[in-house]
Design a protein around this ligand. Structure first.
Ligand code: ADP
Length: 461
């Protein structure tokens, strides 16, 4: 950066310097040409007076160094010329300055030499007798002038180059120094300081990015912690049924089980493995939802139909526990993922049946509103203590661990529900009273907006 600033200053300074040089030379050239022309006119007028008074005698002792004087008769014939033989000279009546002088009393003209290295200035004055006196001087052209000045110009340019070099590198360093000294971790400390006025928008930008980075970092750490905990929990949850299975299998293998106990042992192995299967299925579902619903296909669904299907598939489980399940409501068109919506109703009803009493009931209602659809799952079960109501959505959180294991819970059902609701842009609330029952209320927008990114709901995990 310092190099770029240096180059910039150097180029600008040099261009300004060269432009000024050309401009000043142009001006001086014009000025001196003007002066020379005036002088030539005065001298021509003096010479005209002299010739008018003295005639040819005027030229007798005349010193014509530096200029040329010509006397031309009224008919254009040259009567006298200080530089050339008049006999060989052609008629001058057509020369511009002579023509002008004959017509108007005074005339001027400029003519370039064939080499263009110099030019001739002419001034001519008509005398009372009709003849014309003409004076001319040689003037160097701009190019000749420049050529004459080459040496001093080169010296001045060299000095200017050296000076701008030193100054530009000094200025560039001065500009860059405070920027290099900025502590990017604490950009706020430079606000309002004279040296940093120009870079304040940059500092503000850096500060905003720093805090965003910090937030992102915290979010990443939090998510990674949640993942670590989840992995540890999964291993722990899988270990228990695996140990049980391998224990039963070992007993069977060693022939330590009586003939009549073989069947119940096999039954235990089967139930432990189906617990593992359920756990793995739940983990897979949760992982899918964890991706922010990226793989989910959105369709036009009817939440009432989905609720009826979910309740139907839990019919056998409800009958076994003597729990009556009812579904009420009207058709509820909603844009969403049918599998995920099914999973919401299924998990809520499964819990409402599992954590119920024999003879209890579960009522599911689907109530479409203007922009949302409200789904409620109400049971007459054991209830959830108030202190645990927020935590039941956490992964592997159970109010009563042994009861959950006993009824085949994995501790992931409500976590899946919460994620599924979030993906649909909805919300879920719970109200419960110990011994009386629990009601879960899910509000889902009929047309969900943008799908939320994973980070938005990671803290619900
Ligand atoms: P689980 O597989 O153990 O049912 P969930 O995530 O579905 O896991 O639920 C977490 C815990 O919340 C359950 O273990 C249970 O203690 C409690 N819970 C969930 N739903 C109900 C309900 N309807 N009535 C009483 N307790 C419930």
């Amino acid at each position: 950066m310092s190099n770029k600033i240096f180059k910039g200053i150097w180029i600008v300074a040099l261009s300004v310097f060269l432009a000024s040089l050309v401009f000043i030379m142009g001006l001086s050239y014009n000025y001196f040409t003007g002066l020379q022309k005036n002088q030539l006119r005065n001298e021509t007028e003096l010479a005209a007076e002299g010739v008018a008074n003295a005639g040819m005698h005027y030229f007798d002792d005349l010193n014509t160094e530096g200029y040329r004087i010509t006397w031309i008769g009224a008919d254009g014939d040259v009567l006298y010329d200080s530089d050339a033989d008049t006999a060989t000279m052609e008629n001058h009546v057509e020369r511009k300055e002579v023509k002008q002088a004959l017509a108007a009393g005074y005339g001027e003209s400029v003519r370039y030499s064939s080499t263009l290295s110099d030019k001739q200035l002419y001034a001519a004055k008509r005398l009372p007798d009709g003849s014309v006196i003409r004076l001319s001087i040689v003037q160097a052209t701009v190019w000749m002038l420049i050529l004459g000045f080459v040496q001093p110009i080169c010296i001045v340019i060299l000095i200017a180059l050296a000076l701008t070099f030193v100054l530009a590198s000094h200025i560039a360093k001065k500009i860059v120094k405070p920027i290099n000294e900025i502590d990017l971790n604490k950009p706020e400390q430079y606000y309002g300081q004279e040296n940093y006025k120009e870079v304040e928008p940059l500092l503000l930008h850096i500060a905003a990015q720093q805090s965003q980075l910090k937030k992102d970092q915290e979010q990443i750490e939090k998510t990674s912690l949640i993942r670590q905990e989840f992995t540890a929990n999964v291993s722990h949850e899988l270990k228990t049924p695996l140990h049980a299975i391998s224990g039963y299998a070992e007993l069977l293998e060693n022939g330590m089980v009586r003939e009549e106990d073989i069947k119940p042992f096999a039954g235990k192995i089967r139930s432990e493995s189906s617990r593992m299967t359920k756990l793995v299925e739940d983990i897979i579902e949760l992982t899918k939802l964890d991706n922010g619903g990226a793989e989910i296909e959105w369709e036009d669904c009817n939440l009432l139909r989905i609720a009826e299907n979910a309740v139907d598939s839990l019919d056998a489980a409800a009958s076994a526990l003597h729990v009556a399940v009812s579904v009420d409501g009207t058709d509820a068109p909603i844009k969403g993922s049918p599998q995920t919506l099914y999973s919401i109703v299924y998990n809520l009803c499964d819990n409402a049946i599992k954590y119920n009493h024999a003879g209890g009931s579960v009522s599911v209602t689907v109530c479409p509103q203007k922009n949302d659809t409200v789904l409620t799952v109400k049971d007459t079960g054991v209830g959830i203590p108030e202190a645990c109501q927020d935590r039941v959505f956490e992964r592997f959180y159970r109010v009563d661990r042994s009861h959950s294991t006993e009824v085949g819970g994995t501790g992931l059902g409500l976590s899946i529900v919460k994620h599924a609701v979030m993906i649909h842009g909805g919300r879920i609330t719970v109200s419960s009273e110990i011994g009386k029952g629990t009601e879960f209320m899910v509000i889902l927008p009929n047309e969900p907006g943008e799908i939320r990114a994973e980070g938005d709901y990671a803290h619900y995990a």
